[in-house]
Write a protein that binds this ligand. Structure first.
Ligand code: ZN
Length: 406
């Protein structure tokens, strides 16, 4: 088979044909022309048009490489006289109207850009970074327009930081399907509102049952306004994070106070606090008891933390509430300021915390996805514009459909 025939078949040309293929040192150039008087389609409405108005100057499209040789298509697009749209440039079957690469190449680029950085993808296909950015953004636009929108029941709202915690984005996940639903440029009420009003709309907000979020986030008000049937759940993942922060704060301020020798002893035995007492050897038990005898605030902090964690295992709301109440009282009398702060935070959000026993939903899955977002940001040396970063997040986490090749 001639190479011309092969390429014509590969491109599935009907109204066009390959006239000849020119081989040079660094590329293969495929020359395309109109086939006889076959009807061409309007670039706007796809309608077949009888009249050709004029011929445009030659254009070039990059295609998937043949082995190592870059492949380029060259063709002079016609302007057709469309009965509906008037004089328009024809629709070429191998590329989108705006594109300078073929659909086959842009699809391949989009697939690889889910795994690699945009720089890496560009290098792989011999394109520049900007072309990859354009392709990904177009793919995301297409994907958002064409993605399935099944009813959503359980969502998690969280924030991710861009540029070392200076700029924040809000991300919303469907926790049942474990997929990203939406990204907002900032974490303010104003910025997140469009998720409820535009992306979801009143009707889909109605099916929301549980909304997981961090206690400190400004999102609760929005949920109460727009998703009246949803229960707010301050999720396990974030509560434990705040708890760990309290422990860490106590530890840090104590370490500043301890003498060097005490510090050394403590550093060596800290892990003893995290082990189950019945798994300790007698030597370890003795070291632990020394530690406890100091009655150091750090020890109290560790035990408070461990005692709190029992909360997650209760199945009856009443017992869970009872446990929490007891725990908060002992934490308040612990003379540890970070824990008092933590208790005050719990107190003002008690409803949303106790709903855990009924819902057992956690934003834990969110952590994995947030890590993925972090790695997207790292591998691209941080996106300079929020727009590009948001496109990359959608592209990698939202499982959007890609344009189908015809
Ligand atoms: Zn038309």
């Amino acid at each position: 088979m001639l190479i011309e025939t092969f390429i014509r078949k590969q491109l599935r040309l009907k109204a066009h044909t390959v006239t000849h293929v020119e081989e040079t040192e660094e590329s293969m150039v495929v020359h395309i022309d109109r086939l006889g008087r076959r009807l061409l389609r309007c670039g706007v409405c796809q309608q077949r048009c009888r009249e050709v108005h004029s011929t445009r100057p030659e254009r070039e499209w990059r295609d998937l490489a043949m082995r190592k040789l870059p492949l380029k298509l060259r063709y002079c697009p016609r302007r057709v006289d469309c009965p509906r749209c008037g004089v328009r440039v024809e629709d070429v079957p191998w590329a989108e109207p705006w594109a300078r690469v073929t659909s086959a190449l842009s699809n391949a680029v989009a697939v690889l850009a889910r795994e690699l950085s945009w720089q890496g993808t560009a290098r792989q296909y011999g394109l520049n970074w900007k072309s990859v950015a354009t392709i990904v953004k177009r793919a995301v636009e297409y994907g958002l327009r064409h993605r399935a929108r099944p009813p959503v029941h359980i969502i998690g709202i969280d924030e991710v930081s861009r540029r070392k915690g200076q700029v924040y984005l809000t991300v919303v996940y469907d926790l049942e399907r474990r997929v990203l639903l939406w990204v907002g440029d900032d974490r303010t009420e104003e910025a997140v509102k469009p998720f409820f009003t535009k992306e979801m709309g009143a009707r889909r907000c109605h099916t929301l049952r549980v909304v997981c979020m961090d206690m400190w986030a400004p999102y609760a008000k929005l949920v109460r306004e727009h998703a009246t049937k949803a229960q707010i759940l301050f999720d396990r993942f974030h509560i434990v994070k705040h708890l760990n922060e309290a422990v860490e704060e106590v530890r840090r301020s104590e370490m500043r106070r301890l003498s060097l020798k005490e510090k050394a002893v403590f550093k060596r035995s800290r892990w003893l606090l995290l082990k189950n007492p019945w798994n300790l050897t007698s030597n370890q038990k003795e070291r632990l008891s020394t530690l406890v005898r100091w009655n150091s605030p750090i020890v109290r902090a560790y035990y408070l933390k461990e005692a709190f964690q029992l909360f997650w295992d209760y199945k009856q709301p009443q017992r869970a509430g009872h446990h929490l109440e007891k725990w908060m009282r002992s934490a308040m009398s612990s003379r540890l300021e970070p824990f008092k702060k933590f208790v005050r935070m719990l107190r003002s959000h008690l409803d949303g915390i106790l709903s855990w026993t009924k819902q057992r939903v956690s934003n834990g899955a969110v952590e994995g996805m947030n890590n993925k977002i972090k790695s997207i940001s790292h591998r691209s040396f941080g996106f300079r514009s929020a727009e590009n970063f948001i496109a990359a997040i959608y592209h990698c986490c939202a499982r959007l459909p890609l344009p189908v090749e015809l």
